[in-house]
Design a binder for this molecule. Structure first.
Ligand SMILES: [Zn+2]
Length: 141
C-alpha cells in the first residue's frame, strides 16, 4: 500500500502546524484559547466564538470510525484500489473529525464504530498524511 500517489496538500498559515506535527507523527488540531472549542480542519478562527486565538492541541487517540467510504475508482495512475477512507472522531472532542486512509484491515472489513489508532504515512509531495491503524476490538465497547 502506497499513498504517495496524488496531489500534494495546499499548505496555508492555518494548516501549517498540522503538517509540521504530522511529519513528527503527531495529530494536532486547533483549540480556541478563549472558549476551549476544538476544531479540525484548522481554519484559524473558532467556529463557536469566532475568536482568532487558536492554538495547537495534540490528539493521541484512539478514535472511532464515524463514517467511511471504499473507493474502487482508480482516479490516478498507480493508485491501488480498492481502499477505504475513514472519517474518525475522538471521545470528548466533538469538534474534531479527521479523514484518512485505514491500514490493518481490508477495505470491506471497515466498519462504523471500529477503534483506530492515529498514524501517518508518506503522502504526495513529501507530506505525511493521516493513515489510521485498525485496532483489534478487545470485546469492550
Ligand atoms: Zn472559541
Amino acid at each position: 500500500m502506497d499513498a504517495t500517489t496524488g496531489i500534494p496538500p495546499a499548505v496555508t498559515e492555518e494548516t501549517e502546524p498540522f503538517w509540521a506535527a504530522a511529519r513528527e507523527g503527531r495529530l494536532v488540531v486547533e483549540r480556541c484559547s478563549s472558549c476551549g472549542a476544538e476544531s479540525f480542519p484548522p481554519r484559524g478562527i473558532c467556529r463557536r466564538c469566532r475568536a482568532r486565538t487558536m492554538e495547537p492541541a495534540e490528539i493521541t487517540g484512539p478514535g472511532r470510525v464515524y463514517s467511511f467510504t471504499v473507493n474502487h475508482q482508480r482516479w490516478l495512475p498507480g493508485l491501488e484500489v480498492p481502499y477505504a477512507i475513514v472519517l474518525v472522531e475522538f471521545p470528548g472532542r466533538p469538534g474534531v473529525r479527521v479523514a484518512g486512509r485505514i491500514r490493518g484491515c481490508a477495505p470491506e472489513e471497515t466498519a462504523i464504530g471500529m477503534p483506530v489508532a492515529v498514524g501517518f504515512e508518506p503522502g504526495p509531495g513529501g507530506f505525511a498524511i493521516p493513515s489510521f491503524l485498525a485496532v483489534p476490538d478487545g470485546g469492550g465497547s
